[in-house]
Write a protein that binds this ligand. Structure first.
Ligand SMILES: Nc1ncnc2c1ncn2[C@@H]1O[C@H](COP(=O)(O)OP(=O)(O)OP(=O)(O)O)[C@@H](O)[C@H]1O
Ligand SMILES: [Mg+2]
Length: 190
């Protein structure tokens, strides 16, 4: 498999920032787009998807689909993007193979929707020619000072923690990174 055409790493410090970044991305997504979200339990995949939903202007109520594998959130006429794509939210955690993915028939909705798959890596790449991969990491850019602070910071009321969110574009749809993800750092830059 060939590598990504570009990569962007963005650091956030709160769940609200993760939500806001995803909402900005949701504002530029198009019907047919496939997003693959990767990250450990509680990394923020569903939080990110909720932000996408806000930016897309779809029916709210995005949750971690514990028993339901697929939920469709229709675009709202009164939202920011009336007539825009629906959001199809998939949790592939319990799907063991591409064959099981095919059983849930995502092709039917892809053309009119943005399809977002939590735990989709190595399971759904075959569904589309292009894909946007989003990886959420608790580690912050190898900066152990930040990490120690996050781990020891148990006195605060809220549970906001830093995350590094890595975006990678594959295929013709993502020949260029969306402007809202900023410009790439030069080689050797900080
Ligand atoms: N910077 C952050 N970004 C996202 N979520 C954060 C951040 N800091 C703290 N959190 C908290 O981490 C939790 C993330 O939960 P979420 O359900 O989004 O994770 P998930 O990756 O979907 O988990 P699962 O694998 O169980 O589906 C939320 O409670 C959120 O408030
Ligand atoms: Mg989730």
């Amino acid at each position: 498999m060939t590598g990504p055409q570009w990569e962007r790493r963005i650091q956030v410090t709160t769940a609200e920032q993760t939500h806001a970044l995803a909402a900005a991305l949701g504002g530029v997504l198009e019907a047919g787009d496939l997003l693959i979200l990767t990250g450990e339990l509680g990394a923020g995949k569903t939080t990110f998807t909720q932000g996408l939903g806000e930016g897309l202007g779809v029916r709210p109520g995005i949750i971690s689909p514990t028993f339901v594998l697929v939920r469709i959130h229709p675009n709202l006429a009164e939202g920011p993007r009336p007539g825009g794509p629906d959001l199809v939210h998939v949790d592939a955690y319990r799907l063991d193979s591409a064959a099981e993915v095919d059983d849930i028939d995502l092709e039917n909705t892809m053309d009119t929707s943005v399809t977002v798959v939590e735990w989709g890596r190595d399971r759904v790449e075959h569904l589309a020619e292009s894909r946007l991969e989003v990886d959420l990491h608790r580690a912050v850019g190898g900066d152990s000072a930040h990490l120690d602070k996050a781990v020891l910071d148990f006195e605060t009321e809220d549970d906001d923690e830093p995350r590094t969110i890595v975006f990678r574009g594959f295929g013709p749809r993502w020949s260029e990174a969306p402007g809202i993800l900023g410009t790439a750092l030069p080689e050797g830059g900080n």
